[in-house]
Design a protein around this ligand. Structure first.
Ligand SMILES: Cc1ncc(COP(=O)(O)O)c(C=O)c1O
Length: 390
């Protein structure tokens, strides 16, 4: 049996690698302040909870593609937020967007077996690469330019010819950078490669208006959206994808055969959330405030973190030293691990080491603004105590 199992072995889940460091942070009075995983901490609006209780959608199977109301709500929101007109028939639901990101390469490969490559931003959400591996294919990172946009000119023609898709993510996790979605769409059309645009942080665009790739027309592009970050509803697991009607139809049909369905009550909750914008305006102000506040907390210990162009993460180079204390990484590790350990020890706070986001992320740190203000203030007080003790 041993040799028969010589294939794929799932790697350790990145955040599981933080377990020993979390223990150190947990030892602080008041416990760990976890700013590592980007999971919302604020409550979803009551309208979603009410919808779950009263949908009357438990008995029968839900539509895998999404209920009419959910698809209409998604189309309505795209119209209000981005000024794009989308036919609800070209919208399909997914069980949160992560499963779609992880599954798309495999499904595209079934359709185009001669292709095996996934192109994705070199410093990115890890699931783009994982999707390629789960399809038994190749993951080829695309480097970023200094302004944070993907340097599409660096894509090798041979890789383009083998590409199942190109991923673009704007605002980007972890960097917060905004990409040129028009350029990505044009590149995809010129190379006959579908472009998948992960826009789950669009509501939290700080520099300028939120953007969707759909502004550049639907041909050959798919936009992904989720209520997870928009509406503090990551636990519901509901998102949608839309764009090129032919690709949407192919994916929705395949997924129907495989039984991918958002549960009925959750479809209604997702619809109700997409029909409402007020809660998102409030949430954006909360994140904006936390980003500004925590950048100041870091400044108090001499660490410079620029505010991002979008998203709810601070992303910054890991410092060599803090308050005169040299932070020393272990052999083979990037500097971000030294900072992550320091921050757990000194502030009882868990952060995300940049290595999780690919080689360009090494020596960088990501801090997610996913704890209430009083917990962020606790980190500040702990750091003050640390400074005073030196
Ligand atoms: C860039 C990006 N895309 C997709 C997701 C997945 O979100 P969900 O599956 O909750 O829709 C995340 C979650 O952190 C993310 O950061």
């Amino acid at each position: 049996m041993g040799n028969a199992r010589a294939g794929f072995v799932p790697p350790v889940y990145p955040f599981d690698r933080l377990a020993p460091i979390e223990k150190v942070a947990e030892a602080h009075e008041g416990g760990v302040v976890d700013l590592s995983i980007g999971t919302p901490c604020d409550p979803p609006p009551q309208i979603a909870i009410d919808a779950l209780a009263h949908s009357n959608a438990e008995r029968g199977y839900p539509a895998g593609v999404g209920s009419q109301r959910l698809r209409a709500a998604a189309a309505g929101w795209l119209g209000r937020r981005f000024g794009v007109e989308v036919d609800p028939k070209a919208i399909a639901s997914c069980i949160g967007t992560k499963e779609l990101v992880a599954g798309v390469p495999h499904w595209l490969r079934l359709r185009t077996p001669s292709r095996d490559t996934v192109l994705y931003p070199a410093c990115a959400y890890p699931t783009y690469e994982m999707g390629a591996l789960l399809a038994g294919g190749r993951a080829v990172p695309v480097p970023a330019r200094a302004d944070g946009t993907m340097d599409l000119d660096q894509i090798d023609e041979a890789d383009a010819a083998r590409a199942l898709c190109l991923w673009v993510n704007s605002p980007a996790n972890p960097t917060g950078d905004l990409d040129d979605l028009g350029a990505a769409a044009a590149w995809g059309r010129a190379h006959d490669v579908p472009v998948f645009s992960d826009e789950c942080y669009a509501e939290y665009t700080w520099n300028g208006e939120p953007r969707t790739i759909l502004e550049h027309g639907p041909d050959g592009v798919i936009a992904l959206h989720s209520v997870s970050k928009r509406s503090n509803a990551a636990g519901l697991r509901v998102g949608f994808y839309t764009g090129d009607a032919e690709i949407v139809h192919y994916l929705a049909e395949l997924r129907r055969h495989a039984g991918f369905m958002v549960p009925g009550p959750i479809q209604l909750a997702g619809a109700v959330l997409l029909e409402d914008d007020e809660h998102v305006v409030r949430q954006a102000a909360i994140y904006r405030h936390r980003l500004e506040y925590f950048a100041e907390v870091l400044a108090h210990i001499g660490v410079k973190a620029e505010l991002p162009a979008g998203g709810f993460y601070l992303w910054f180079p890991a410092p060599e030293s803090v308050a005169g204390e040299r932070l020393v990484a272990e052999a083979g590790e990037g500097q971000e691990w030294a900072f992550t350990r320091f921050f757990a020890e000194a502030a009882g706070c868990l952060v995300g080491p940049g290595e999780f986001y690919g080689p360009p992320g090494v020596d960088h740190v990501r801090i997610a603004m996913v704890q209430p203000d009083d917990r962020l203030e606790l980190v500040d007080r702990r750091l003050e105590a640390y400074l005073a003790s030196r």
